[in-house]
Design a protein around this ligand. Structure first.
Ligand SMILES: *[C@@H]1O[C@H](CO)[C@@H](O)[C@H](O)[C@H]1NC(C)=O
Ligand SMILES: *[C@@H]1O[C@H](CO)[C@@H](O)[C@H](O)[C@H]1NC(C)=O
Length: 256
């Protein structure tokens, strides 16, 4: 576990990471309820591009939502929802929302990158769901510091939890994650239950590590003013859970 965690961190340091900067209310990549009008991105537990159309529908339904419509996706995009991963949305259409044009995502275009209505519903993509109501765990956090706990902590967490915490602090600040307690069902590759940390405002870019077991991970510091935590538990075996704290600090930026 320790070696794997180190390898992940190393990979993270070596990778060129785009420092996302989000100012309040303008450029949000808000997957949760904050600004994305109830639209959010999901991938399979197995990873990226693993969901058939039928499975994609099931993923949204599992969380009490539905597949997003094109209009809902576009409404979310117009307030800053930006994800670089193609997903199913309503009526078997596939695409993704791009706010800021980039060379390696969206062909330099801005808008819904539309792959159209897929004839083959067995193709595998991610998914865009719509659910304007809140859910059982996770959320958008904008406080200067806060303690984040697994659901039910200090009691054991339950099976089949999916929690996303999106942290966004002030523009120009960075975030330090500090783990206080950690006990998540252990397996070699953390496939059953895990906590993932992303140095971005979604669970697509900026992967910074996947953690399970009872080894306390080192502190993690963001490159921009956003971070995402994703916690998943499978259908069997739970453990004590985790408690961590994030703290925002002023980073000196060379330019705005
Ligand atoms: C449909 O897509 C799946 C997954 O990519 C592929 O295995 C299958 O051959 C495709 N079927 C047709 C008829 O193209
Ligand atoms: C961080 O920056 C903000 C605004 O630029 C300022 O108000 C605040 O006092 C700073 N905090 C610290 C700890 O320097």
């Amino acid at each position: 576990m320790r070696v794997l965690a180190l390898l992940w961190l190393l990979g993270f340091v070596l990778k060129e990471v785009e420092a996302w900067s989000y100012s309040n209310g303008i450029f949000h990549n808000s997957i949760w309820l904050e600004q994305a009008a109830g639209v959010y991105h999901r991938e399979s537990r197995k990873g990226r591009y693993q969901l058939t159309y039928k499975e994609a529908k099931a993923v949204c339904k599992y969380e009490g939502g539905t597949l997003a419509t094109y209009e809902q996706l576009e409404a979310a995009r117009q307030i800053g929802f930006h994800v670089c991963a193609a997903g199913w949305f309503d009526k078997g259409r596939v695409g993704y929302p791009i706010v800021k044009s980039g060379s390696n995502c969206g062909f330099g275009k801005v808008g819904i990158i539309d792959y159209g209505y897929r004839l083959n519903k067995s193709e595998k993509w991610d998914v865009y769901c719509y659910n304007p109501d809140s859910k059982e765990c996770g959320g958008v956090l904008t406080e200067q510091q806060k303690i984040i706990q697994s659901p039910g902590f200090p009691e054991e967490y339950e099976d089949e939890q999916i929690c996303y915490w999106h942290i966004r602090v002030r523009l120009g600040q960075k975030i330090r994650l500090h783990f206080m307690e950690f006990d998540v069902e252990d397996d070699t590759e953390c496939l059953a239950d895990y906590l993932e940390v992303y140095d971005s405002y979604d669970d697509v870019s900026g992967f910074a590590g996947r953690f399970c077991g009872d080894y306390l991970p080192d502190d993690i510091i963001s490159t921009g003013n956003v971070m995402t935590l994703k916690f998943l538990s499978d259908a069997s075996v739970t453990a004590g859970g985790f408690q961590l704290q994030y703290i925002a600090f002023n980073a000196s930026l060379p330019h705005k």
